[in-house]
Design a protein around this ligand. Structure first.
Ligand SMILES: Cc1cc2nc3c(=O)[nH]c(=O)nc-3n(C[C@H](O)[C@H](O)[C@H](O)COP(=O)(O)OP(=O)(O)OC[C@H]3O[C@@H](n4cnc5c(N)ncnc54)[C@H](O)[C@@H]3O)c2cc1C
Length: 459
């Protein structure tokens, strides 16, 4: 039987995580910086601020517990992708986007090294990222993607043909793949929990079970009191729409995952996957997967992409239809695993800006700042955002504060029902495009997918 929800597999199986929450805020308070949200963005920001300025009074307010959001539920791809790089290249020039890409490459190492320095065991394994094509149209996109990444300085990226791909991981129908060393597998919840503990060791005050109901210049209001601070940082990503005045800022997109029971050595012998690269594909409605430290396969994809009115899920429950479609996707990749038990399923939300570009911002006049809109690439990006927020709060102009995603503004999403209709039409188009490409075997991307990219602002 599959356990559905319970935050995530990572949470459900990590018994050390089942502690009573940290004490909530009980009264009005003051700080130098108040951070809303106890995920990677909020906690890394608190961490780097305290490291740079130990006397700074930093308070984190988290509505449930640290890691309740996407940071405790994700696919554990710590990699160098950042949402919006190509648009930033178009807006600010190739060199600016190249600096952003180099910063992201360095960020993968920064997260691994800092976790090690802080004694955080997050099951890190640096096996890189393997992105696979399974149809001729996907292969065409894969080659274009590979060439684009080389153009952004990834001289260590490798293109594999069908035979070499299957020698790495025995994926049915694989026709090619592109591998980069700039990625690692992590246990997402262990990272966020370890980070919260590291913050506390530095003197950061963390209040859990403390929902912020209003964010305004120099104050964060909760039912239990108001924290006043010169800087108020919103680090709520996929939950942002629930905040007053933010309904149309970032669309809360669902992503769902399933995980198998641990696979026996004989199954791994037949699959390969010994380097434990994280795995993705070039479908329009793409998947992502990892081989977990305890020898399961965790695989994720879009499922039902968006709930009407920007609602979020109920503690990670996903739809039975999504579990069925992710299971059949898994077994189509690995037919030899057909019938393997799926032990857990869950979902979470990520923040999608109208132009699909991640951003980090601080308004020096009001002291309000935020970072997010990472789309599906936030595990490493949140760390880069946090170091950038640190520099912005400390009033320093650095290499990070001059990157092209800093202070980027974008228009808001359409009101309902257009938002719901648009996103559902978009993903219906992507699913149809994937189906069409895998049945016709044409080597070109279907015009339907190109049109969807164009209309959505994603392309
Ligand atoms: C299923 C899934 C798989 C993913 N896989 C990957 C992956 O493999 N690689 C990758 O790079 N990215 C992945 N992502 C995206 C990545 O996990 C996120 O971008 C990243 O975790 C965002 O971190 P965050 O701290 O900004 O947001 P979150 O982790 O969502 O944290 C926000 C926090 O704010 C709190 N909060 C919200 N509102 C309030 C409020 N009003 N008051 C107080 N607290 C509040 C929430 O409870 C939450 O803890 C995935 C996301 C999902 C959902």
């Amino acid at each position: 039987m599959t356990i559905n929800g319970g935050i995530s597999f990572w949470y459900a199986t990590d018994t050390t995580a089942h502690q009573p929450p940290r004490a909530p805020l009980t009264t009005d308070a003051t700080a130098d910086v108040v951070i809303v949200g106890g995920g990677y963005t909020g906690l890394w920001t608190a961490y780097y601020l305290k490291r740079a300025a130990p006397d700074l009074r930093v308070t984190v307010l988290e509505q449930k517990f640290c890691g309740y959001g996407a940071s405790g539920r994700n696919g554990g791809w710590l990699y160098n992708g950042i949402a919006g790089r190509d648009r930033y290249a178009a807006l600010h020039g190739h060199q600016a986007a190249l600096r952003l890409q180099h910063a992201m490459n360095d960020t993968v190492t920064e997260v691994i090294d800092t976790a090690a320095k802080e004694g955080i065991d997050a099951d890190v394994h640096r096996g890189g990222v393997l992105e696979v094509a399974r149809t001729p149209a996907q292969l065409t996109r894969l080659k274009a993607f590979h060439a684009a990444e080389l153009g952004f300085g990834e001289s260590d990226r490798v293109l594999y043909d069908a035979t070499d791909t299957r020698a790495r991981i025995d994926i049915a129908d694989a026709v090619g793949s592109s591998w980069t060393p700039h990625g690692a597998r992590i246990h997402p919840l262990k990272l966020v929990r370890g980070l919260a503990a590291a913050c506390e060791r530095l003197g950061v005050v963390i209040h859990e079970s403390t929902p912020v109901t209003e964010l305004a210049p120099r104050r964060a209001v909760t039912p239990y009191g108001t924290v006043r601070a010169p800087y108020v940082l919103r680090c709520t990503e996929g939950f942002t729409a629930a905040l007053k005045g933010q309904k149309r800022t970032w669309l809360p997109m669902n992503s769902s995952m399933i995980v198998t029971a641990p696979l026996p050595p004989s199954a791994w012998d037949s699959l390969g996957w010994s380097d434990q690269a994280v795995l993705g594909d070039m479908a329009h409605a793409y998947m992502y997967a990892q081989r977990t430290a305890d020898d399961r396969i965790a695989i994720g994809g879009r499922g039902v992409p968006y709930r009407f009115g920007s609602r979020t899920d109920n503690d990670g429950r996903t739809q039975p239809a999504t579990i069925a479609s992710l299971s059949s996707l898994l077994f189509s990749f690995f037919p030899q695993l057909t019938g393997t038990e799926i032990t857990h399923a869950w979902s979470g939300v990520l923040g999608v800006p109208r132009d699909w570009c991640a951003t980090v911002t601080l308004d020096a006049t009001t002291g309000l700042g935020w970072a997010g809109g990472y789309v599906g690439s936030g595990v490493a990006t949140a760390n880069l955002a946090a170091r950038t927020l640190r520099d912005l709060v400390l009033g320093q102009t650095t290499e990070l504060t001059t990157l092209p995603w800093v202070h980027h503004r974008v228009r808001r999403w359409e009101p309902e029902p257009f938002r719901w209709l648009g996103v559902h039409a978009l993903y219906a188009a992507y699913r149809e495009a994937d189906r069409h490409e895998s049945t016709t075997h044409r080597p070109t991307t279907t015009p339907l997918a190109r049109l969807a990219d164009h209309i959505s602002g994603r392309g």
